[in-house]
Design a binder for this molecule. Structure first.
Ligand SMILES: [Zn+2]
Length: 244
């Protein structure tokens, strides 16, 4: 990733702060706990895009480049706040426990194969996107790994992303690395690194354990200290190492 991009982003998003020209972890802007947990109203840019300004601008550049190579990048999901994530979480929790008769802990384990605990989603940050190619005709769910693999409708789009997304600052988060734990491979989920790296750095300084234990959505009463510690280690931190 180009250092120039980092410096530009940092100075632009810090407004009143004086940012020295040399970039270090101490130059990161401050993010509030509510902002990091998706509970604060933040400025989002782009109709149907909904990203922080610099991420939005870079996304538009990537979309243009993809378009000239024959792909129509379609946003499936971008910013999502805490309350939206809580709705997703509770809907799944009820389906697995009430409808399917699962015990709370196995139900929670099943939810966190693909969905985050509210307050821990990278989609809360306005930096992360789930994208597909709008051109191929696709039936059923679009966000399934097979559709991005050999013979799938997004095979060529994924190859294009492998080749080009990082030039625009967008990095795959949940990679296909076999030793990786936490969330399963998500070939559609990219993160705008120049902002999400400092946000993750700030996030890691929070007492996530204590914050989650204070929450009161369905199932949260079953979160043990050990469970949350493992979740932080595996689901929040076992990602593409470039994004740490
Ligand atoms: Zn995602």
């Amino acid at each position: 990733m180009k250092r120039r991009t980092f410096i530009k982003t940092t100075s632009a998003s810090s407004l009143a702060c004086t940012i020295p020209p040399v970039f270090s972890q101490f130059d990161y802007p401050d993010y509030s706990t509510d902002e990091l947990m998706g509970k604060e109203v933040i400025d989002l840019f782009g109709d149907g895009i909904n990203l922080r300004k610099e991420a939005y601008e870079s996304f538009v550049e990537m979309k243009k480049a993809a378009y000239s190579d024959g792909f129509d990048i379609k946003m499936v999901s971008s910013y999502r706040d805490f309350y939206h994530q809580a709705t997703i979480w509770e809907r799944k929790y009820l389906r697995f426990t009430d409808d399917d008769g699962m015990e709370p802990l196995p139900a929670i384990d099943k939810i966190i194969e693909y969905s985050t605990i509210p307050g821990t989603s990278r989609h809360h940050w306005g930096t992360d996107i789930d994208i597909i190619d709008g051109y191929p005709k696709v039936s059923g769910d679009v966000l399934v790994p097979e559709k991005f693999e050999k013979g799938g409708p997004f095979e060529n789009f994924k190859l294009w992303l492998d080749e080009n997304s990082e030039k625009f600052g967008f990095y795959l988060v949940y990679t296909n690395e076999s030793k990786r734990r936490g969330f399963k491979y998500e070939p559609w989920h990219y993160s705008y690194a120049p902002i999400s790296i400092p946000m993750l750095t700030a996030y890691r300084k929070l007492n996530i354990l204590r914050l989650l234990q204070k929450e009161e959505f369905l199932g949260s009463e079953h979160f043990t200290t050990g469970f949350i510690r493992t979740y932080i280690q595996d689901n929040i931190l076992d990602i593409n190492p470039t994004l740490l």
